[in-house]
Design a protein around this ligand. Sequence first.
Ligand code: C2O
Ligand code: CU
Length: 489
Amino acid sequence: MPRRISPPSRRAVLAGGGAALATSLLRCGAMPTDTTPAGRLEETRLDDQAVTLVPAQRPLQLAGKSGATPAWLYGDKPYPLFRVSSRKSVNVTLVNGLMEHTSIHWHGVRLRNAMDGVPYVTQLPVQPGKRFQYTFVPPDSGTYIFHSHCNTAEQFGRGLIGVLVVEEPEGMLFDDDIVLVIKDWRVAEDGSFLPFITIDGASRAGSFGTLRTVNGVTAPEIATLAGADLRLRLVNADSTRVAELGIEGANAFVIAIDGNAVEPFALDGWRLGPAMRVDLALRSPQAGGKVALVDYFAAQPVRLATLASEGVSQHSAAFTPRALKPRGFSEPVVANAQVHQLKLSESAVATDYSGLAPIVLPDGSRIDLLDSLCSNGRTLWAIDGKTWPQNGHEHLPPPLMTFKRGDTALIEFLNTTPHVHPMHLHGHSFKVLSASKLQRPVHWADTVLVMPDERVRIAFVADNPGNWMIHCHIIEHQDTGMMAWFQVT
Ligand code: C2O
Ligand code: CU
């Protein structure tokens, strides 16, 4: 049977394994559930209820690996799923069970700046053993991802990721509502992690994972109701991979992009970059029938997950995908906009040094300049000709853009590199007005793919005061320069 929302426990604590801190917290709270059906995420209903998240190292046995992977997780299993009703508050205390500092960024949520989870920029990073309370009422329904924003290549790569679903005011609109988190783990045969940043990856399309998973499992089969109206919330939680997602065995419709309602349209392959989300609606087949989620981007299509129909058919009438209500964003008035063209480029520094021979030290060892530039970070990629400095969080460079509250921003991304960049803005949702290459309807988003040589125009009303990041969500690009910030005063 598909899982219905579990009744709220008095105070849920997602903890376990590892740190002594985590175990002591575990005793004073209830685990969310151990009855989660196969392939689904463990879910906790928030609705004003306070919960504690303890990121810690927890062993994870991944399929086909000879040993456990030293994952860093927010709970016992990958990716806790929080559901919250419309207009109810999220109240999450982060207690750091890691050996290094961390923070949580609520990607896509238009919350107040102090809750945005960017180290030094919006809060001090949370030191080992210390805590930070995130409290906010999400203004918009939708599918969100949350993740660490500290040492992101490693913390994100090791699994510090979760999902926040903010329900529509009307409540559950479908017979079943299934979250599918797509992520590749960068692991060796013995389960240990491979380096999260490589010079090859950071300077090109990113370092790809070696094991494809959905909800932390390789090709899970998930039971669902037969002949039912399903909502699939697809979340790309990979550091690197842009998937080209399709559905086989049913006619699927796109109903939301980054959680924002769109007039339903038939799915015909959807490119989902890191941190992007897309919601689909479909009618499941009769009992015994199967529906597959497939990635067509690879040379051989990859079956990522399967839904298996069970029981009596829920509906006999023909299927029409239910349209979600659009959110009430302020409409950008483009005629009065502050216009910025942001060129996405390789950074000058990397270009200058890339042709140089390695330096040979007196002891015969060699230093590859590009390698050391990369590991010293922040020098491979630029936005508008500027790279994010190595100590950028502590010592903010000048803002890339400054808006007065209520200004309309019109940004044209121009990608001069041979690689795709999923560009993300914090604190705001923007309207994707046009794109010169990859066809997309006009839609609202918080992350947008900019293809090689593409021009993408977005607009939004800068109505959320604070200091907000803007960056590529291929984490190795973000970590090697492709990040900046903008100010709304
Ligand atoms: Cu999901 Cu600043 O990122
Ligand atoms: Cu990028």
